[in-house]
Design a protein around this ligand. Sequence first.
Ligand code: UDP
Ligand code: MG
Length: 315
Amino acid sequence: MTNLLSIIVPCYNEEQTIQIFYDEVLKIKPQLKDMAVEFIFVNDGSNDNTLEVLQQLEKSDPEQVKYLSFSRNFGKEAALYAGLSHSKGEFITVMDVDLQDPPGLLPEMYELIQTKKYDCIGTRRVSREGEPKIRSFFAKKFYKIINKISDVNIVDGARDYRLMTRQMVDAILELKEYNRFSKGLFSWVGFDTYYLEYENIEREKGDSSWSFWQLFVYSLDGIVAFSEFPLVLSAFIGVISFIVSILALLFFFIRAAVFGDPTTGWPSMICIILALGGLQLFCLGIVGQYLGKTFLETKRRPIYILKEKSESFDK
Ligand code: UDP
Ligand code: MG
């Protein structure tokens, strides 16, 4: 019996890279021995000709190529979810289309997962060459922080690129949350993961669609999704400043009782009021983050909306 490998590929404005990606994967396919593959390309509301390219590709290879197309841009996380929920393979891999996730690793990953010792073979970049320096710096800090303050363990440099068993993917699909932070979800479901290491590879064509600001917001989302620590921190700051103010009050009270009351200290009072007001707003902001996420989750909106998909999905 041949096994089926599902390859999930989110695509956002990737008309230039899809064909190259497809050719590269087919080149290494013979090394996967008895494995049949199905490509599931997810067009995440691209504004270029991604959809047309996918339709063409499906026509040229209807046996192996399928696509899903969203009604608008829902983000890579939603695209991954859509792809995973449409996959049928016994093994499933998720890959970026820009070849930053080298298909050349697949045979090795496949071999490792065949040993049945692992449920997931992940990949990890050990270098970040070709990436802006401050980006790497903040990325490193982010991994440090999130690993400290949440129960999930996210390996530094781990990519979304991984090969998983059906069992693990089914577990991930059980998590139906709207704010999806895949790196956290992959880790949260548990199972045994082995990380293959490789050097960073620069994007094949086109540009990364992430700006620094988007990455920053994404990392905050990750923290809010997987840690309650900021809430604890805000409560802690509140308690500390309360204790400090009580001590200060006692100090001033005793000083006034012993040395008389010279009614000075107006500027320092203003500073204290401002500082406390700022802290309150800061903590309120943290609470607001969580409340906002809860608000979105309670609406139970679908994670994505399909506009079109390959007919072969219904077979
Ligand atoms: N992507 C997506 N939706 C988005 C942004 C990106 O499906 O809103 C896809 C993109 O087409 C690519 C992958 O996610 O296949 C990674 O994107 P990119 O290369 O821009 O990110 P980076 O490698 O810089 O993290
Ligand atoms: Mg990329």
